[in-house]
Design a protein around this ligand. Structure first.
Ligand code: SF4
Length: 678
């Protein structure tokens, strides 16, 4: 029914195209992220490097994708950004995921490497690997325009890479349409390593809903909740401002990093420096993913810099680099976008360079004669262009922070605010308590460990106008919603608070499951219990009911959560085995251990004695051995993964069998530094 029914496998080395039914995976893994992870587990040995032809690039949709209740995909691959080349997943919305389903495919699995640049063209049942030499070097917008002209089809949906992906920049992204990205983890570089410029899909088959009456009844509940229920405040706010209003709130409440985390107090922010002012001036419309009534992306037309759309990239190239000129931010945003490069990563690395320059660890001679001065337009633009093209000092930076620090030396690594070679998001991104313990349990995507309490304390002014109350009242309401949700799901009202080291892991487990249930079903996790503190709702139970109505299978929340547990344990096991080939995960970075210098959390510091308590509690709930960090046999057997338990019992044997020299990309190793306590 609402599953399209087919997995498309394409090997670019021998140009083999195969199709297989999705059905054999559905019972245990349901769809989306969970099936995609199982395909990855079966197909990619842990010691394969991210840029090896043996790596898989998997576009996975869920049973709700392409229906009124879903529009998302996740893209799964080994990540060239993460320090030890582990599995990474990142969501991508827009029209592309639904079009995949309409063409008949739940998952597209790409392996191998073409000798010359190609693109994949899928027109319903017809699948072709086509020449893309003429597209190589074009930016992401030019590529899509050219392909639509060439295919004589303005409705074809395209996911592609820009020059950053072609140049294997470790934080290159995949972009679809104007602003839908698979952005976290360097997935664009994996696509580039396969000489794959684009995937173009056209589907006209539609989908069937098994029980339209039950499905529409759920959709009405969903719609009413967001138009007349508690969700209407956040719904209105994310439609009108997207994440931009959140950025303003973070500045106002002193949780936005200024000058690469040296401070959390942005000096005297003026009206014209606020995102809301920028939106007032340049907003021309709202767009978003297929069928979604929120349409949360802002379409801007900025005189002199050009039009474009943004979603969550409001912070990069602003306060972190001490830039208050929003037009410069927009210029950097558009440039990163065109190159197909993740803006927050590029901004974080640039800000780190500026910090190193201030400290005298680097000079202009290290950056091709460009002084890396705070807020400098020349420094920002040059850094972006050089990173994307791997030119000059850009070559030093294009593999991410940790490899660059290895070359720069001189305490540069201790100035970096990164985790596993990924820069930390400047708006409340630095863990302030329990989330540091959750970071220690490695995940394919870090999204779910964003510190919810810092988020809550920072963001409440964002909702005050829609709630029609003062900021103080808004804080009480938002905190109450968080507490209600925490009590209902974990039994502890304050488990969402970062400083509740005892029960923070309980909340993290629930949050992770809420996101995973969406990534499995294809529903947007922005409109889910993941952010229940904004009054937003859609739990694994609703996802399960919607899957049942859409597919006709009898899906329960327990089945959905078990599908999530299976994929999580496979993912963690894969990460642990990757560590054997590429080195252990890093300890908590030095800068994260420092007390916050100012702002709302002034003086707060990570209690290193208590962090293992959080990590171990997470492992305990998830059925993972806290000593080996590997899944326990009884949990694996409960989930029907006895084969994995048997393999882990013979891990040494298995490791020997996997003793294959890593190919292609050089594995990234962390320099030696002080270890976090365990
Ligand atoms: S709320 Fe989610 S599905 Fe809707 S437009 Fe925004 S990102 Fe897309």
């Amino acid at each position: 029914m609402s599953n399209a029914g087919t997995i498309l496998r394409v090997d670019l080395t021998d140009r083999r195209i195969e199709k297989e039914p999705t059905s054999s995976y559905v019972r245990d893994y349901i769809g989306g992220l969970s099936i995609g992870t199982k395909i990855f587990w079966d197909g990619v040995p842990p010691n394969v490097t991210a840029l090896s032809p043996k790596n898989m690039l998997i576009f996975s949709t869920g049973p709700l994708t392409g229906t009124l209740l879903g529009n998302k995909s996740v893209v799964i691959t080994k990540s060239p950004l993460y320090t030890n080349q582990t599995i990474g997943n990142t969501g991508m919305g827009g029209q592309f995921p639904s079009e995949m389903k309409f063409a008949g495919y739940d998952h597209i699995v790409i392996t191998g490497k073409s000798e010359t640049p190609v693109y994949l063209y899928i027109d319903n049942d017809e699948v072709e690997i086509k020449d893309a030499k003429h597209l190589w070097g074009l930016d992401v917008y030019e590529t899509q325009t050219r392909l639509k002209e060439e295919l004589k089809d303005p409705d074809v949906q395209i996911a592609c890479i820009g020059p950053a992906g072609e140049n294997l920049v470790a934080f290159a992204l995949i972009l679809h349409d104007i602003n839908n990205t698979a952005s976290k983890g360097g997935h664009g570089a994996v696509m580039g390593s396969k000489n794959l410029k684009a995937v173009a899909v056209r589907g006209t088959k539609g989908l069937k809903i098994a029980d339209p009456e039950a499905f529409m009844s759920l959709w009405r509940q969903f719609y009413e909740y967001y138009t007349t229920g508690r969700g209407r405040y956040a719904f209105k706010t994310i439609h009108e401002q997207g994440v931009g209003g959140q950025a303003d709130a973070c500045v106002k409440k002193d949780v936005m990093a200024w000058g690469y985390f040296d401070s959390y107090v942005v000096p005297s922010p003026k009206k014209e420096e606020q995102t809301s002012d920028f939106l007032d001036r340049y907003l021309v419309g709202h767009i978003g993913c297929a069928f979604c009534p929120a349409q949360c992306h802002q379409n801007l037309d900025v005189a002199g810099t050009g039009g474009g759309v943004t979603c969550w990239a409001y912070a990069g190239f602003r306060w972190l680099v001490k830039n208050k000129d929003q037009k410069l931010w927009w210029k950097c945003h558009q440039l990163c976008q065109r190159y197909g490069m993740e803006i927050n990563e590029a901004a974080g690395i640039t800000a780190w360079l500026m910090k190193l320059y201030e400290l005298g660890i680097i000079t202009a001679a290290d950056t091709d004669g460009i002084p890396m001065e705070w807020g400098s337009e020349k420094a920002c633009i040059t850094a972006i262009e050089k990173m994307a093209r791997r030119e000059g000092f850009g070559e030093l930076l294009a593999n991410g922070t940790v490899p660059a620090a290895q070359k720069i030396g001189r305490d540069s690594i201790n100035q970096a605010v990164q985790q596993r070679n990924k820069q930390v998001y400047p708006a409340v991104g630095m863990p302030i308590g329990g989330s540091a313990g959750i970071y220690q349990a490695p995940a394919a995507s870090e999204v779910w460990v964003n510190p919810p309490s810092a988020d809550i304390h920072g963001v409440y002014p964002w909702l005050a106008p829609a709630l029609g109350v003062s900021e103080e009242e808004a804080e009480k309401i938002v905190s109450e919603w968080a507490s209600e949700h925490a009590e209902r799901t974990t039994g502890y009202r304050d488990s969402w608070e970062e400083f509740n080291y005892e029960h923070f892991a309980d909340y993290a487990v629930v949050n992770e499951a809420a996101i995973a249930a969406c990534d499995i079903s294809g529903h947007c996790d922005w409109l889910s219990d993941r952010i229940a503190h904004y009054g937003i709702w859609w739990s694994p139970e609703e996802n399960a009911k919607a899957i049942s109505a859409a597919t006709g299978m009898n899906c329960t929340a327990e089945m959905l959560l078990d599908a999530h547990r299976r994929r999580r344990l496979l993912e963690l096991t894969h990460i642990k085995l990757s560590e054997r080939a590429f080195g252990e995960l890093e300890p908590i970075p030095f800068k994260m251990l420092m007390p916050k210098p100012d702002g709302q959390f002034k003086g707060a510091f990570l209690d290193i004695e208590k962090i293992p308590q959080v990590t171990n509690r997470y492992y305990e709930i998830m059925g993972i051995d806290p000593w080996t960090h590997l899944p326990k046999r009884e949990e694996l057997e409960r989930l029907g993964l006895k084969d994995v338990a048997d393999m882990l019992d013979n891990l040494e044997e298995k490791a020997a069998a996997l003793d294959e020299t890593p190919v292609e990309a050089t594995p990234v190793k962390s320099p030696k530094r002080r270890k976090g306590k365990k």
